[in-house]
Design a protein around this ligand. Structure first.
Ligand SMILES: *Cc1c(COP(=O)(O)O)cnc(C)c1O
Ligand SMILES: [Zn+2]
Length: 420
């Protein structure tokens, strides 16, 4: 009883395999398992070849057959195909043979990987006839929903914890979105949104639209493979909030291998969290299949989800691929941001600091062998979390507009350099 829509076959329960029509729904009625989009890979393999992909525009939509919309995309047409940067200076610093940065800090239009998931979720929302879109967010998702909804002429409601960074709040308000600040943690925001989604007929991108939304993350993995010359990386280090991005990067490598777009080879997916919110990494380090919920307390607010919806599946992916997780303190987060900035000229937000510092730990412990090659997923921009670095990056040298004062300043600096 499958009604094909584009290359999608149905929504399918991850637990029991029951199939559902391709509507705005996200849990199985029988076991509350999450629903996932199932595709017709045989049909996809007929059109999705390396040559076809390479001839298409440089956006995430060049992998369109593997993204869950029925027709052509209508929202976020410019999203994706961000740079994959060979990071030789950072590689040397972290003590690994080869290192790459997948830089979604410069994704279009709102400078985080969330533009990928939102362009898919909103394109699908339009297909399903929604006029109002919404989300529960730790910041970047709110920015992306607000911006992409504005450009599509959709009404939006974005729900965030009220104590977010100023940059993330302003970056939602400026597009004219209805921004609701909830006095509570993300997990409380999310619970409220589940209630609202049931009552109002809105497309909540990460609640009732979650099966479509989550698939957008695969495009980051597709791009990594293509940009590496059609191969999967040995190691990929991924920041984890709900754990969804990590599971979808794995799925993207599996799909490319299944379709023969990359050679069948093994890969390891590693997860990164902040110590102040480490439910998934704590469980991985203890060898557990399940996580214990935590109450978040970290400067990495974009990753501060204490009850991660995909935590169980993220643990499974790490186990299956021989990957590991670790977590880092707020000071290490700042150090990670500085290392990436000073070595590669890339200013990432706190989640990027988490990823770099966790990679450093995994390399130092041999969990990522120094003789291997790794890709770090940098998912957000440092200009949005300025308060995390304010007071931790040195100071401006202030002088009057006078050559004499400038020369005197240089002399002082030399003195400091010599005595130091
Ligand atoms: C949302 C987000 C993530 C990860 O999200 P998942 O819920 O694990 O998919 C990573 N980095 C940044 C900057 C984010 O905003
Ligand atoms: Zn089920």
């Amino acid at each position: 009883m499958e009604k094909h829509e584009g290359f999608m076959k149905a929504l399918k329960c991850r637990e029991c395999g029951r199939e559902y029509p391709l509507g705005a729904t996200h849990v199985c009625e029988f076991d509350f398992g999450p629903l996932e989009v199932a595709y017709d890979y045989e049909r996809i393999s007929k059109t999705l070849t390396r040559t076809a992909i390479e001839a298409r525009p440089r956006t995430m939509w060049r992998y369109r057959e593997l993204l869950p919309i029925a027709g052509e995309p209508t929202v976020g047409l410019q999203v994706g195909y961000t740079p994959l940067v060979k990071a030789d200076r950072l590689a040397k610093h972290l003590g690994i043979r080869e290192l790459w940065i997948k830089n979604d800090a410069v994704n279009y239009p709102t400078l985080s990987f969330k533009d990928r998931v939102v362009s898919v979720a909103l394109s699908r929302s339009q297909e399903l006839g929604f006029k109002t879109v919404a989300c529960a967010s730790t910041g970047n998702l709110a920015n992306s929903v607000a911006a992409n909804a504005a450009s599509a002429g959709l009404k939006s409601y974005v729900f965030i914890p009220s104590d977010l960074e100023l940059g993330k709040v302003v970056n939602s308000l400026v597009y004219g979105a209805n921004v609701i600040g909830i006095k509570g943690h993300y997990d409380e925001v999310n619970r409220l949104c589940a209630e609202i989604a049931g009552k109002f007929g809105w497309a909540f991108v990460n609640v009732n639209m979650r099966p479509y939304y989550a698939e957008g993350s695969k495009s980051m993995g597709f791009e990594i493979c293509e940009q590496l010359g059609w191969r999967t990386p040995q190691h990929t280090v991924v920041p984890m909030a709900s754990g969804s991005l990590l599971t979808k990067i794995h799925k993207s490598y599996q799909e490319f291998a299944k379709l023969g777009l990359v050679k069948e080879s093994s890969w390891h997916i590693h997860g990164a969290q902040a110590t102040g919110c480490n439910p998934i990494s704590q469980a991985e380090k203890a060898g557990m299949d399940f996580f214990k919920p935590v109450k978040p307390n970290t400067i990495a607010k974009s990753l501060a989800i204490g009850t991660p919806a995909d935590g169980f599946y993220a643990l499974k992916v790490m186990k299956e691929t021989g990957g590991h997780a670790d977590d880092v303190t707020d000071d290490e987060v700042r150090e990670g941001i500085r290392m990436l900035a000073e070595c590669e000229g890339i200013f990432a937000e706190t989640a990027g600091g988490v990823t770099v510092s966790v990679a450093k730990k995994l390399i130092a412990s041999g969990k990522i062998p120094a003789s291997d090659s790794a890709v770090l997923c940098i998912t957000g921009n440092g200009l949005k979390t300025l308060e995390a670095m304010t007071g931790h990056v040195g100071q401006t040298c202030e002088i009057r507009p006078s050559l004499r004062e400038f020369e005197a300043m240089l002399k002082d600096e030399e003195k400091v350099a010599v005595t130091a």
